[in-house]
Design a protein around this ligand. Sequence first.
Ligand code: FES
Length: 155
Amino acid sequence: MKTDDHVKVGQIIDRHRGEDGTLLPVLQEVQEVLGYLPEEALVEVAEGLGLALSRIWGVVTFYGQFHLSPRGKNTIKVCQGTACHVRGSRRILDKIESVLEIQSGQTTPNLKFTLETVRCLGTCFLAPVMMVNRDYFGKLTLDRIEGILNQFCKG
Ligand code: FES
């Protein structure tokens, strides 16, 4: 972790020290600032709040909202629920994996994309569907994938 990251983590801990039920908000804020929860930050949180590191690990591995490795700037969620599955979502996922050269659950080395699968995005009428950050892309076809991903490569 960089020096300013240590400072930021220290400030977050100081702001919450002494409050009840402080662990979750501290972890959420640290993740918001650093983008994920590196082990060094967890050690600092444990020491700063006077908690056992094993307790912190228990929390961060229990809640799906916490990420223990760096995340891409853009998160792609490809639906693999039933409605999407019957409309070819597996092939959509294969195509994205091949374009980005990563598997579901991984992040590209340039930290542009993290690829995930989900069970239903709640928009089955758009099947097959994926989300990139907050944008939905429905009725997907293989030939649209590269164009969609390119929109998020700029900047
Ligand atoms: S199954 Fe894909 S959006 Fe519901």
